[in-house]
Design a protein around this ligand. Structure first.
Ligand code: NAP
Length: 254
Protein backbone atom coordinates (compact mmCIF):
# COMPACT_ATOMS: atom_id res chain seq x y z
CA UNK A 1 0.00 0.00 0.00
CA UNK A 2 1.62 3.26 -1.14
CA UNK A 3 -1.19 5.77 -1.42
CA UNK A 4 1.20 8.72 -1.77
CA UNK A 5 3.74 7.16 -4.14
CA UNK A 6 5.51 9.82 -6.25
CA UNK A 7 3.83 12.61 -4.29
CA UNK A 8 5.61 15.54 -2.66
CA UNK A 9 4.06 16.79 0.57
CA UNK A 10 4.59 19.71 2.94
CA UNK A 11 3.65 19.04 6.56
CA UNK A 12 3.68 21.97 8.99
CA UNK A 13 3.64 21.53 12.74
CA UNK A 14 5.76 18.43 12.15
CA UNK A 15 7.95 18.71 15.26
CA UNK A 16 5.26 17.23 17.49
CA UNK A 17 1.85 15.61 17.85
CA UNK A 18 -0.45 15.25 14.85
CA UNK A 19 2.00 16.73 12.33
CA UNK A 20 4.83 14.45 13.40
CA UNK A 21 2.58 11.38 13.18
CA UNK A 22 1.29 12.50 9.76
CA UNK A 23 4.80 13.11 8.41
CA UNK A 24 5.84 9.59 9.36
CA UNK A 25 2.67 8.09 7.90
CA UNK A 26 2.89 10.08 4.65
CA UNK A 27 6.53 9.00 4.27
CA UNK A 28 5.58 5.38 4.90
CA UNK A 29 2.98 5.77 2.14
CA UNK A 30 5.61 6.86 -0.36
CA UNK A 31 5.59 10.66 -0.15
CA UNK A 32 8.70 12.82 -0.24
CA UNK A 33 8.39 15.31 2.56
CA UNK A 34 9.20 18.88 3.46
CA UNK A 35 8.60 19.11 7.20
CA UNK A 36 8.39 22.35 9.13
CA UNK A 37 8.05 23.87 12.60
CA UNK A 38 10.20 26.24 14.70
CA UNK A 39 12.22 23.60 16.59
CA UNK A 40 15.10 22.48 14.39
CA UNK A 41 16.34 19.65 16.65
CA UNK A 42 12.93 17.91 16.69
CA UNK A 43 12.66 18.25 12.91
CA UNK A 44 16.16 16.84 12.42
CA UNK A 45 15.27 13.85 14.59
CA UNK A 46 12.11 13.28 12.52
CA UNK A 47 14.03 13.49 9.23
CA UNK A 48 16.52 10.91 10.55
CA UNK A 49 13.67 8.56 11.52
CA UNK A 50 12.05 8.95 8.10
CA UNK A 51 15.35 8.39 6.27
CA UNK A 52 16.14 5.34 8.39
CA UNK A 53 12.78 3.94 7.29
CA UNK A 54 13.91 4.37 3.67
CA UNK A 55 11.98 7.51 2.68
CA UNK A 56 13.04 11.07 1.86
CA UNK A 57 12.46 14.21 3.92
CA UNK A 58 13.97 17.62 4.42
CA UNK A 59 13.48 19.94 7.38
CA UNK A 60 12.80 23.64 6.99
CA UNK A 61 12.62 25.43 10.34
CA UNK A 62 10.68 28.66 10.59
CA UNK A 63 7.83 30.54 12.16
CA UNK A 64 4.57 29.75 10.38
CA UNK A 65 3.43 33.35 10.84
CA UNK A 66 6.06 34.59 8.38
CA UNK A 67 5.33 34.56 4.67
CA UNK A 68 9.04 33.86 4.09
CA UNK A 69 8.51 30.43 5.69
CA UNK A 70 5.60 29.66 3.38
CA UNK A 71 7.61 30.69 0.33
CA UNK A 72 10.64 28.68 1.41
CA UNK A 73 8.64 25.51 2.00
CA UNK A 74 7.30 25.57 -1.55
CA UNK A 75 10.68 26.54 -3.03
CA UNK A 76 12.34 23.59 -1.25
CA UNK A 77 9.59 21.20 -2.38
CA UNK A 78 10.18 22.28 -5.98
CA UNK A 79 14.00 22.43 -5.84
CA UNK A 80 14.55 19.19 -3.95
CA UNK A 81 11.63 17.07 -5.08
CA UNK A 82 10.39 18.66 -8.31
CA UNK A 83 7.01 20.09 -7.27
CA UNK A 84 4.20 19.99 -4.73
CA UNK A 85 1.17 17.70 -4.53
CA UNK A 86 0.00 17.76 -0.91
CA UNK A 87 0.06 20.42 1.81
CA UNK A 88 -0.95 19.49 5.33
CA UNK A 89 -1.26 22.94 6.90
CA UNK A 90 -1.36 21.74 10.45
CA UNK A 91 0.79 24.05 12.62
CA UNK A 92 -1.26 25.79 15.24
CA UNK A 93 -1.53 26.76 18.87
CA UNK A 94 -4.30 27.17 21.43
CA UNK A 95 -3.26 30.78 22.03
CA UNK A 96 -4.52 32.99 24.80
CA UNK A 97 -7.40 31.42 26.69
CA UNK A 98 -10.04 33.34 28.59
CA UNK A 99 -13.57 34.59 28.41
CA UNK A 100 -14.02 36.72 25.29
CA UNK A 101 -14.01 40.12 27.07
CA UNK A 102 -10.81 39.10 28.85
CA UNK A 103 -8.78 38.06 25.80
CA UNK A 104 -6.17 40.72 25.07
CA UNK A 105 -6.06 42.24 21.61
CA UNK A 106 -2.44 41.12 21.34
CA UNK A 107 -3.44 37.55 22.26
CA UNK A 108 -6.25 37.60 19.72
CA UNK A 109 -3.93 38.90 16.98
CA UNK A 110 -1.25 36.33 17.80
CA UNK A 111 -3.75 33.44 17.69
CA UNK A 112 -5.26 34.59 14.40
CA UNK A 113 -1.79 35.07 12.90
CA UNK A 114 -0.60 31.62 14.01
CA UNK A 115 -3.68 29.62 13.07
CA UNK A 116 -5.44 31.47 10.26
CA UNK A 117 -3.26 34.06 8.52
CA UNK A 118 -0.47 31.48 8.35
CA UNK A 119 -2.80 29.18 6.41
CA UNK A 120 -3.64 31.93 3.95
CA UNK A 121 0.07 32.73 3.47
CA UNK A 122 0.90 29.07 2.91
CA UNK A 123 -2.00 28.53 0.52
CA UNK A 124 -0.90 31.63 -1.42
CA UNK A 125 2.34 29.89 -2.30
CA UNK A 126 1.10 26.29 -2.41
CA UNK A 127 -1.77 26.80 -4.85
CA UNK A 128 0.31 28.13 -7.79
CA UNK A 129 2.77 25.25 -7.28
CA UNK A 130 -0.11 22.75 -7.39
CA UNK A 131 -1.56 24.42 -10.49
CA UNK A 132 1.85 23.92 -12.18
CA UNK A 133 1.69 20.28 -11.13
CA UNK A 134 -1.83 19.77 -12.55
CA UNK A 135 -3.57 19.32 -9.21
CA UNK A 136 -3.13 18.75 -5.51
CA UNK A 137 -4.66 18.49 -2.05
CA UNK A 138 -4.60 21.11 0.68
CA UNK A 139 -5.61 20.11 4.20
CA UNK A 140 -6.10 22.57 7.04
CA UNK A 141 -6.18 21.38 10.63
CA UNK A 142 -9.23 23.02 12.15
CA UNK A 143 -11.17 21.68 15.17
CA UNK A 144 -14.64 20.94 16.48
CA UNK A 145 -14.23 24.00 18.73
CA UNK A 146 -16.12 26.83 17.08
CA UNK A 147 -17.76 24.47 14.58
CA UNK A 148 -19.96 22.11 16.58
CA UNK A 149 -19.18 23.22 20.15
CA UNK A 150 -18.59 26.65 21.69
CA UNK A 151 -15.95 25.46 24.15
CA UNK A 152 -15.71 28.18 26.87
CA UNK A 153 -12.40 30.04 27.08
CA UNK A 154 -11.35 29.41 23.50
CA UNK A 155 -12.81 32.40 21.63
CA UNK A 156 -9.67 33.35 19.69
CA UNK A 157 -8.81 29.73 18.92
CA UNK A 158 -12.37 28.95 17.79
CA UNK A 159 -12.55 32.00 15.52
CA UNK A 160 -9.17 31.26 13.93
CA UNK A 161 -9.97 27.60 13.35
CA UNK A 162 -13.50 28.24 12.01
CA UNK A 163 -11.90 30.65 9.55
CA UNK A 164 -9.91 27.75 8.10
CA UNK A 165 -13.14 26.02 7.08
CA UNK A 166 -14.21 29.10 5.11
CA UNK A 167 -10.77 29.34 3.53
CA UNK A 168 -10.88 25.68 2.46
CA UNK A 169 -14.35 26.14 0.96
CA UNK A 170 -13.30 29.12 -1.15
CA UNK A 171 -10.08 27.47 -2.37
CA UNK A 172 -12.15 24.39 -3.29
CA UNK A 173 -14.55 26.54 -5.32
CA UNK A 174 -11.83 28.64 -6.96
CA UNK A 175 -9.47 25.83 -7.95
CA UNK A 176 -11.58 22.70 -8.37
CA UNK A 177 -11.43 23.07 -12.14
CA UNK A 178 -7.63 22.85 -11.85
CA UNK A 179 -7.92 19.58 -9.93
CA UNK A 180 -6.98 21.15 -6.61
CA UNK A 181 -8.92 19.94 -3.58
CA UNK A 182 -9.06 21.74 -0.22
CA UNK A 183 -10.56 20.34 2.97
CA UNK A 184 -10.56 21.07 6.68
CA UNK A 185 -9.81 18.32 9.18
CA UNK A 186 -11.54 18.72 12.55
CA UNK A 187 -9.96 16.56 15.26
CA UNK A 188 -11.49 15.95 18.65
CA UNK A 189 -9.37 16.10 21.78
CA UNK A 190 -6.00 14.58 20.90
CA UNK A 191 -3.24 13.54 23.29
CA UNK A 192 -0.53 16.01 22.25
CA UNK A 193 1.27 18.93 23.92
CA UNK A 194 -1.29 21.37 22.43
CA UNK A 195 -4.17 19.18 23.60
CA UNK A 196 -2.66 19.15 27.07
CA UNK A 197 -2.62 22.97 27.28
CA UNK A 198 -6.39 22.81 27.67
CA UNK A 199 -6.22 19.76 29.95
CA UNK A 200 -4.18 21.02 32.87
CA UNK A 201 -5.19 18.54 35.63
CA UNK A 202 -6.11 14.80 35.82
CA UNK A 203 -9.68 15.87 36.70
CA UNK A 204 -9.83 18.09 33.61
CA UNK A 205 -8.52 15.23 31.47
CA UNK A 206 -11.23 12.89 32.79
CA UNK A 207 -13.84 15.55 32.14
CA UNK A 208 -12.67 16.17 28.55
CA UNK A 209 -12.37 12.44 27.83
CA UNK A 210 -15.94 12.02 29.09
CA UNK A 211 -17.23 14.66 26.69
CA UNK A 212 -16.34 12.34 23.78
CA UNK A 213 -18.76 9.55 22.85
CA UNK A 214 -15.74 7.22 22.79
CA UNK A 215 -14.77 8.36 26.33
CA UNK A 216 -11.13 8.94 25.46
CA UNK A 217 -8.80 11.27 23.61
CA UNK A 218 -7.43 10.44 20.16
CA UNK A 219 -3.86 9.35 19.61
CA UNK A 220 -2.09 11.61 17.07
CA UNK A 221 -1.76 8.62 14.72
CA UNK A 222 -5.56 8.33 14.50
CA UNK A 223 -5.83 11.91 13.26
CA UNK A 224 -2.86 11.37 10.93
CA UNK A 225 -4.75 8.53 9.22
CA UNK A 226 -7.58 10.93 8.42
CA UNK A 227 -5.08 13.46 7.07
CA UNK A 228 -3.72 10.68 4.84
CA UNK A 229 -7.25 10.02 3.58
CA UNK A 230 -7.65 13.69 2.61
CA UNK A 231 -4.16 13.80 1.08
CA UNK A 232 -4.58 10.70 -1.06
CA UNK A 233 -6.81 9.73 -3.96
CA UNK A 234 -8.97 7.78 -1.48
CA UNK A 235 -10.80 11.11 -1.06
CA UNK A 236 -10.66 12.05 -4.75
CA UNK A 237 -14.24 13.43 -4.87
CA UNK A 238 -14.00 15.28 -1.56
CA UNK A 239 -13.40 19.01 -1.55
CA UNK A 240 -14.62 21.99 0.45
CA UNK A 241 -15.54 19.69 3.34
CA UNK A 242 -15.14 19.92 7.09
CA UNK A 243 -14.25 16.40 8.20
CA UNK A 244 -14.99 15.77 11.88
CA UNK A 245 -12.71 13.12 13.38
CA UNK A 246 -13.77 13.89 16.90
CA UNK A 247 -14.59 10.69 18.78
CA UNK A 248 -18.20 11.85 18.82
CA UNK A 249 -17.67 14.93 21.00
CA UNK A 250 -19.99 16.83 18.66
CA UNK A 251 -22.89 14.44 19.21
CA UNK A 252 -22.43 13.15 22.77
CA UNK A 253 -24.61 14.69 25.47
CA UNK A 254 -23.44 12.67 28.49
P1 NAP B 1 1.42 19.97 19.16
O1 NAP B 1 1.98 18.61 19.37
O2 NAP B 1 1.67 21.00 20.20
O3 NAP B 1 1.90 20.50 17.74
C1 NAP B 1 1.77 21.82 17.33
C2 NAP B 1 2.74 22.01 16.18
O4 NAP B 1 2.59 23.33 15.63
C3 NAP B 1 4.18 21.86 16.64
O5 NAP B 1 4.89 21.14 15.67
C4 NAP B 1 4.68 23.30 16.67
O6 NAP B 1 6.06 23.34 16.39
C5 NAP B 1 3.87 23.94 15.56
N1 NAP B 1 3.75 25.38 15.73
C6 NAP B 1 3.05 26.05 16.68
N2 NAP B 1 3.22 27.38 16.53
C7 NAP B 1 4.05 27.54 15.47
C8 NAP B 1 4.61 28.66 14.84
N3 NAP B 1 4.36 29.92 15.25
N4 NAP B 1 5.43 28.48 13.78
C9 NAP B 1 5.70 27.22 13.33
N5 NAP B 1 5.19 26.11 13.88
C10 NAP B 1 4.39 26.27 14.95
O7 NAP B 1 -0.15 19.87 19.02
P2 NAP B 1 -1.13 19.11 18.01
O8 NAP B 1 -2.31 18.77 18.81
O9 NAP B 1 -0.43 18.07 17.24
O10 NAP B 1 -1.55 20.32 17.06
C11 NAP B 1 -1.58 20.20 15.65
C12 NAP B 1 -2.81 20.95 15.15
O11 NAP B 1 -3.97 20.28 15.59
C13 NAP B 1 -2.92 22.37 15.67
O12 NAP B 1 -3.31 23.22 14.61
C14 NAP B 1 -4.00 22.27 16.71
O13 NAP B 1 -4.68 23.49 16.89
C15 NAP B 1 -4.89 21.21 16.09
N6 NAP B 1 -5.83 20.52 16.97
C16 NAP B 1 -5.38 19.90 18.08
C17 NAP B 1 -6.29 19.25 18.92
C18 NAP B 1 -5.85 18.55 20.17
O14 NAP B 1 -6.70 18.23 21.03
N7 NAP B 1 -4.56 18.26 20.34
C19 NAP B 1 -7.64 19.22 18.59
C20 NAP B 1 -8.07 19.86 17.41
C21 NAP B 1 -7.14 20.51 16.62
P3 NAP B 1 7.17 24.25 17.09
O15 NAP B 1 6.75 24.45 18.52
O16 NAP B 1 8.42 23.44 16.95
O17 NAP B 1 7.18 25.49 16.30
Amino acid sequence: MSSLANKVAIVTGASSGIGRAAAKLFAAEGAKLVVSARRQAELDELVTEIEEAGAAAIAVAGDIKAEATARRLVDVAKERFGGLDVAFNNAGATGEMGSVPDISVAGWDETLATNLTSAFLNARHQIPAMVERGGGSLIFTSTFVGYSIGFPGLGAYAASKAGLIGLAQVIAAEFGAQRIRANALLPGGTDTPAGRTVISTPEMRKFVEGLHALKRLAEPEEIARSALYLASDASSFMTGSALLVDGGISVART
